[in-house]
Write a protein that binds this ligand. Structure first.
Ligand code: PMP
Length: 306
């Protein structure tokens, strides 16, 4: 990135190379960061954040889990997110607010008053490339998600992503686009960075929020869109073999959007290709950004509005 890319850091916009962190930062040693991934879409009405307030709410909830005082209000964080996109003159962006315990001593017990906040805005197209159209080849990971009383999965915390890295690295080594992890109970949970949906007997199903998953904002949006489309839906604990019984499977997240899965461990999903329910949900979801789907929820907000 060049210095024409501006990063918001602790209240000021800085050129890319000046937005640095000291090597003693607590988060670097101990994973003590919480963050968000948000998208701005180029819509016919101009650039629009997708569910900014919900992302900020989750950021504050993640910080609360780890006792991190962000030091800004939610409105100030929202303002800063809009500011960094405006300052970079972007129509579409992936926006990454990160709050972390900063520089100081090396004790595990953090200094409560050393908290840094940064917000990056970067161009980011489809996370899994052409998989949005073709479907992705996915494996079941040999790594499990952490047990619920170890690392809280609802919190979007930096440390949780060590587990995600193990899943994603193993998948890549095996030639797969992504890995799906089982929870500590052996039941399906989610991908390294996406929630998981299956179509089983014409019903859309996803593991419950107690399955060691991040409570995804895309997941929630898909559940709402499925309701609009009259697609039967249930949250259900699912065994691994449900992947082989499913007619359709897709992964979803802010970066991944809606990525169909075409094979699981080399076995084609359903009848192959992208299934009709996945396609209908993709149409409804991407329709929010080109005006084909009415935003009945107020999910889209502009770069100037508070
Ligand atoms: N699970 C994990 C582990 C993730 O990292 C993400 C991406 N944030 C998701 C699910 C999807 O969440 P969201 O739809 O809020 O981006």
């Amino acid at each position: 990135m060049s210095d024409s890319t501006l990063i918001w850091q602790n209240g000021t916009l800085k050129p890319w190379h000046e937005a640095t962190v000291h090597v003693s930062a607590h988060a670097l040693h101990y994973g003590s960061s919480v963050f968000e991934g948000e998208r701005v879409y180029a819509t016919p009405d101009g650039p629009r954040f997708f569910r900014l307030a919900d992302h900020t709410r989750r950021l504050f909830a993640s910080a609360r889990v780890y006792g991190i005082d962000i030091g800004y209000t939610a409105d100030e964080i929202d303002d800063a997110c809009r500011e960094v996109v405006r300052a970079n003159g972007m129509d579409a962006a992936y926006v990454r607010p990160v709050v972390f315990r900063g520089a100081g001593g090396l004790g595990i017990l953090p200094k409560d008053d050393v908290v840094d906040v940064a917000i990056l805005a970067l161009p980011w197209g489809s996370y899994h490339g052409d998989a949005r159209e073709q479907g992705a080849d996915v494996c079941v990971s040999s790594w499990n998600r952490a047990a619920p009383n170890t690392f809280p999965s609802w919190a979007k915390a930096g440390g949780n992503y060590l587990n995600s890295q193990l899943i994603a690295l193993e998948a890549r080594r095996g030639g797969y686009a992504e890995g799906i992890a089982l929870g500590c109970d052996g039941l399906l949970s989610e991908g390294a960075g996406e929630n998981l949906f299956l179509v089983l007997n014409c019903e859309l199903v996803t593991p419950p929020t107690s399955a060691g998953v991040l409570v995804g904002i895309t997941r929630d949006s898909i559940i709402a869109l499925a309701g609009e489309l009259g697609i039967p839906f249930a949250e259900r604990a699912l065994p691994r073999e449900a992947l082989l019984y499913a007619d359709e499977i897709f992964l979803c997240g802010t970066a991944a959007e809606i990525t169909p899965v075409r094979t699981i461990d080399g076995t084609p999903v359903g009848h192959g290709g992208v299934g009709p329910i996945t396609r209908a949900l993709q149409d409804a979801f991407f329709g929010l950004f080109d005006g084909r789907t009415e935003d009945r929820w107020g999910w889209l907000t502009g770069l100037d509005e508070p």
